[in-house]
Design a protein around this ligand. Sequence first.
Ligand code: SF4
Length: 485
Amino acid sequence: MIPGSDNPREACGVFGVYGPGEDVARLTFYGLYALQHRGQESAGIAASDGNEFSIRTGMGLVSQVFDEEDLAFLRGHIAIGHTRYSTAGGSLACNAQPVIVRDHETGAPIALAHNGNLTNADILREDLLAQGVNVESTADSELIAHLLTLAPAGTWEERFHYVMRRIEGAYSLTIMTKDSLFAVRDPMGVRPLCLGRVDGGWVVASESCALEHLGIELERDVEPGEVVQIDASGMRSFFPVQPARKLAGCTFEYIYFARPDSRLAGKLVYPTREEMGAQLAREYPVEADIVIGVPLSAIPAAIGYAAEAGIPFREGLVQNRYVGRTFIQPDQRIREAGVSLKFNALKDVLHGKRVVVVDDSIVRGTTTPRLISLIRRAGATEIHMRITAPPMISPCFFGVDLATKWELIAANKSVEEIRQHIGADSLGYLSLEGLMKAIGEPEERHCNACFTGVYPIDVQMQMNRLEVSRRPVGVADSLNYAGGP
Ligand code: SF4
């Protein structure tokens, strides 16, 4: 758990490098270090020297999993890496990635790292088990690797054609064979993936911030449905399957997941978040003395709100930047202090002020009331909550652990009821139109399912299973989930 956190949790970050003459393990380590925000549960690196694979995985932060000895052990000119937060498969050491499986005929190994979530994983798993395949982990990523090794085809293009016709959902992948690196993005383009050039080679990463940390120029995004193959003969690209009927880039990457210094579809995230704040100020103006943002992801939007509204931006909350995952349960006194484990309020800034508080989401509604009481205790006279996203009314099946409809507060309460629940003087959510305007892309290119309940592919089966498995004790089967606010 992360104390005081009710944020949506991202599934993973992936990285890969093909770099003869480079210290690929070290590059991958620092690439993962820059992608730590995408997953803090486990990390792993696999490397190939053209003959042998070496791999190190472990539970915890990138800096906790690897030491100099590990990097020396991971020899070669190709490496892939992964940081994980589990949405499918559970928090288990056996689910740490990259996964390695062997070709069922030749014994040649394949290593694979996955960001996303397959929506037909259960069917694929049953099929593989029926074929006598030994599936070791409970995560869906291993299934993709097995399918690649089982593909009844010769060329890699044919293999990916076989696999990408079978798997459904969200997948941004880095894959390593003994002599090649692959970067693969699902045809809907749900999760990001980008390419950069290193001397004599290439680097692939979930986000461009990982390239910039390494002094590597962003070349371009991997396109939805594209497979990029990099080996001794250079880089080539192919599109093994028909384009998706609908592109579905995750809008939440812009709101919260991606780092503000990353570029998504060529655009820097930071000014997009500022524009979300400006749009919120136009949609929900209010008379106030200061604007504050909930650190760290809502700060750019708060700055945008303040500039548009002509109200001073101040830092009213300080985040304990070293709060990470802990399995130590807080005692009752600490639990009651709640969100103050993560944030402290600056009394001198807030006392006697009418405050606009900008945040990026209210998921279950468990931490926002505590945050608001923290700001009130610091002496704020009015608190006006502004959210840089529409109300979340539906779960995510594409690699983000949001919550079920039972748990999502906006699926069960009106905006006015939420305002009362969190204890704010006013509450405003950015409209979907305003959000898309701030992002500057047509809605048709994006997934907005958690705000609209309209999914880019059929997920009814997964929806039923999720809602039944996480239904609170004592709630009747016949209750209708379809409702919202
Ligand atoms: S449902 Fe929401 S979080 Fe999931 S991919 Fe779609 S926009 Fe992103």
